[in-house]
Design a protein around this ligand. Structure first.
Ligand SMILES: [Zn+2]
Length: 152
């Protein structure tokens, strides 16, 4: 390889999340809730071959399940997930917005029962139209800016 250095280390075994919307990598991390002791590379606002910019996340020794990977779609709908084993991509798929999300997003309606001191897990359903939005099961409010609604 003629490059003097590589921006991001190659991984032998783990998960690469590619085509994350620019500067959304940290929101992807929050959505996944992976513990911070994992070895990971974060590339933010990297130049994409297709033009434009993107973020990339690489986790060593972690194989994301399809369910986990789909959570990525909440904050970055067109991300691709690559599972790496023995230095090779053994599985590649697109993050698909899950139909129902429990306990990860918070409702933007302060009067929603999920924002009171009730022992309730938040629940949102994917909107039926083409737009990328979720609807609160309890108060029917639309949640549009999902990244801002990810609970810590
Ligand atoms: Zn609500």
């Amino acid at each position: 390889m003629s490059q003097k250095y590589m921006k991001v280390e190659r991984i032998e075994h783990g998960t690469v999340i590619d085509h994350i919307l620019p500067s959304m990598a940290f929101d992807v991390l929050r959505v996944l809730g992976l513990s911070r002791d994992k070895t990971m590379s974060i590339l933010v606002n990297s130049h994409s071959k297709k033009g434009g910019r993107k973020d990339i996340l690489k986790f060593e020794g972690v194989e994301l399940s399809a369910e986990e990977a789909n959570l990525v779609a909440l904050v970055s709908p067109k991300a691709t997930i690559n599972i790496i084993v023995g230095g090779k991509v053994v599985k590649k798929f697109n993050a698909e917005a899950p139909p129902v999300v429990r306990g990860i997003l918070t409702c933007s309606n302060p009067n929603c029962i999920s924002n009171q001191d009730e022992p309730i897990t938040t629940e949102f359903r994917l909107g039926k139209d083409e737009s990328h939005r979720y609807v609160c099961t309890y108060c029917e409010r639309d949640i549009v800016d999902l990244a801002k609604r990810v609970s810590a």
